[in-house]
Design a protein around this ligand. Structure first.
Ligand SMILES: [Zn+2]
Length: 322
């Protein structure tokens, strides 16, 4: 039991996928599992998929889920006492759902829930690409665009809703955002918004392989992998939609840098990690014209912990290191 007491579970609950990992005391990943996030149903269905993902990760690590010292879950939305509210990009998540209590009942160990992007930012700060810096902006480019902050070597969450970089306005009266407002960066750069944009152009008669690739790979949405494949083929509509997203990211990130003057910017999230260094470079270039202190831009990196950053970060939370 002594060995098991130092083993933790971490789960990153995203709009597209649920990534679970089992980690030892040195943050080494002993086993991991990934499942698609349900596209229908509600919080109880999402909780069941999380439970299955944890069981699979534990099996891969050769431990019983009940032997874990604790399980951390990184979730979108507002987190209070293990309950999750306003988790946009998750199916049917109206009102508040006691995610920690439900998972703890199902799996056994204590469960703590943290904000997905903040725990991933903390993980990059402590163990990943953000280690050299005392101030950091994490940009998680996926279904939406989330942001996490470290200022003066400590996480900054404001009154609980800081870091919502996706909802920085980059165009007054611009494109409609999933938050109900207009002109948000996410309405141009989020994977969900890019999919809407691409299908609108197709309805107007534009050609693209995006939806053909989606069908070929038996996906129900344009995942990061589908966008990457379309780019490899030089699909013009995909290239242009990504260029539009990069322009939006450049303006949004540069605006945050102008206010906070952080040392480092970490690009993570499904799209950020999938598209990697070439796109981090394009985003850096797109930031440049908007930077006030343009002679010394911040260092821009791709998230070093990759897809597992969220799961690793939230395991820090449950072991009391975040
Ligand atoms: Zn918005």
């Amino acid at each position: 039991m002594i060995r098991a007491m130092s083993i933790y579970g971490g789960v990153d609950l995203g709009g597209t996928k649920i990534q679970a990992a089992v980690l030892d005391a040195e943050h080494e990943v002993l086993g991991s599992a990934r499942r698609p996030t349900p596209t229908a149903g509600g919080p109880a269905d999402v909780a069941r998929e999380i439970e299955t993902a944890v069981r699979e990760a534990a099996q891969a690590a050769g431990v019983e889920p009940g032997a874990l010292a604790g399980i951390g879950v990184g979730s979108p939305g507002t987190i209070e006492d293990g309950s999750v509210t306003s988790a946009r990009n998750l199916p049917g998540w109206e009102g508040s759902f006691p995610l920690a209590a439900k998972l703890s009942d199902a799996l056994g160990p204590p469960v703590r829930v943290g904000n997905d992007v903040q725990v991933a930012t903390d993980a990059e700060f402590k163990l990943g690409a953000g280690r050299p810096y005392g101030s950091l902006l994490g940009v998680f480019w996926g279904t939406g665009v989330g942001g996490g902050l470290v200022l003066g070597c400590a996480p900054w969450t404001g009154r609980g809703a800081a870091g919502e970089i996706g909802h920085i306005v980059i165009e007054i009266d611009g494109a409609r955002c999933t938050c109900g407002r207009r002109g948000c960066m996410e309405a141009y750069a989020g994977r969900a918004a890019m999919e809407v944009h691409a299908s609108t152009l197709v309805q107007k008669g534009r050609k693209t392989d995006l939806f053909k690739l989606m069908a070929e790979h038996e996906r129900t949405r344009l995942t990061s992998g589908i966008w990457a494949r379309a780019l490899e083929r030089g699909d013009k509509l995909a290239v242009q939609t990504l260029e539009r997203a990069v322009r939006a990211l450049g303006a949004g990130i540069a605006s945050v840098v102008n206010v906070l003057d952080v040392e480092g910017v970490i690009i993570g999230g499904g799209l950020g990690i999938r598209l990697g260094h070439p796109y981090a470079k394009l985003i850096t270039e797109a930031m440049q014209p908007h930077l006030f202190a343009d002679s010394r831009p911040p260092h821009v990196h791709v998230a070093a912990l990759g897809d597992l950053g969220g799961a690793i970060g939230v395991s820090l939370l449950v072991r009391g290191e975040a």
